[in-house]
Design a protein around this ligand. Structure first.
Ligand code: NAD
Length: 320
């Protein structure tokens, strides 16, 4: 798979320094851009500390960090950072005006054949890309914190992004060990809509005095959070039963009549069609002969593996 020889990361904050590190770990030369030498020094220090800790954890050979560090150049001017780059990640502050200014510059000065991506958490890529030269090369690549570790990158084409640009991006991200998934451009994309809905309820629970932040965290980490790296929400509905989910929504909605708890039309249709999940051999996924049993075994295999990992962590210090 094709990787760019050179990439530019604009914004050396929480996300930008981690993406730069990840690219450099994978052999890509990186120009990391921010507004001042101080901000760049901070990023350099963060990357240095991260790499040293990777050696301590046995994830890098002792001689690894110098070569990785040497692949990153730290620059305060955007324009000179752009010649020859194959991938640009805009990771500046989540502020439409600030981002639009950077995008104007990228449109004018980035190579015509470079893929230009935004790391925005929430803005529609069509809004960011509006009026920028060469819209076929613009898309979102939404990395997740900490980006040098977390596998997912949401790949978000805008209306005018060329399919070849999407394909190249998927290939490149896969080649550096990420798990990219395409989703359509709309405010919040996929992960943040779900994540923010969860955070909203967590905040409301504390506000209503039902649990402390530590109690909410403990419950989430040891319940559905425990399962979530093994199974996504649709797999979990299939395992639990869509009919059970619907009944719970009905009760919650009666008690708390707000949008978040109204039974979704899609769920109603699943139940009406008898697609309740593993127990009926069909849900959001199809479970042909033997597949439901195989899935139950797979569920147990994955969850026991995570249980061992969690117990060893909780035994150390972070008892949830
Ligand atoms: N923090 C997260 O968990 C997270 C996760 C995924 C996506 N994002 C997104 O990534 C982007 C960056 O977020 P962050 O958390 O790294 O923010 P941050 O505030 O830590 O860093 C942003 C950096 O951009 C720099 N910057 C601002 N204007 C600039 C310009 N014109 N040229 C060069 N640099 C400039 C700032 O000086 C700062 O260092 C945002 O769009 C954010 O929504 C953040």
């Amino acid at each position: 798979m094709e990787k760019p020889d050179i990439a530019a990361v604009i914004g050396a904050g929480i996300m930008g320094h981690g993406v730069a590190q990840c690219l450099a770990e994978n052999g890509v030369r990186v120009r990391l851009v921010d507004q001042s030498a101080q901000l760049l020094d901070r990023a350099r220090q963060w990357i240095s500390d991260n790499l040293d800790y990777m050696v301590e954890l046995g994830r890098l050979p002792a001689g690894g960090p110098p070569a990785i560090r040497a692949r990153i150049d730290y620059v305060t001017d955007l324009e000179p950072a752009l010649p020859g780059v194959g991938y640009v990640l805009e990771a500046v502050t989540e502020n439409m005006d600030v981002k639009r200014q950077v995008w104007q510059q990228l449109g004018q000065h980035a190579p015509a054949d470079a893929v230009l991506a935004s790391n925005t958490s929430s803005y529609d890529i069509n809004e960011l890309a509006a009026g920028i030269t060469g819209p076929g090369r613009i898309l979102g690549t939404h990395w997740f914190h900490p980006p040098q570790i977390t596998p997912c990158v949401e790949v978000i084409p805008a209306d005018r992004t060329l399919p070849a640009c999407v394909d190249w991006t998927l290939g490149f991200l896969t080649a550096i060990g990420k798990v990219p998934t395409v989703c359509r451009s709309a405010a919040g994309f996929v992960a943040n809509r779900i994540q923010l809905a969860m955070a909203r309820e967590a905040l409301a629970l504390v506000e209503e005095g039902l649990a402390t932040p530590a109690e909410v965290d403990r419950i989430v980490k040891t319940s559905f959070g425990f399962r979530l790296s093994a199974f996504g929400p649709f797999e979990i509905i299939d395992q639990a039963g869509a009919d059970t989910y619907r009944r719970v929504y009905e009760y919650l909605y009666a008690k708390m009549p707000r949008e978040a708890f109204s039974p979704a039309a899609l769920l109603e249709r699943q139940v009406a069609a008898g697609r309740t999940g593993l127990k009926s051999s069909a849900g959001f996924y199809d479970y042909g002969p033997g597949a439901a049993d195989a899935m139950r075994r797979e569920r147990d295999r994955r969850l026991y593996a995570r249980l061992d990992l969690c117990r060893s962590e909780w035994g150390m210090s972070d008892a949830p």
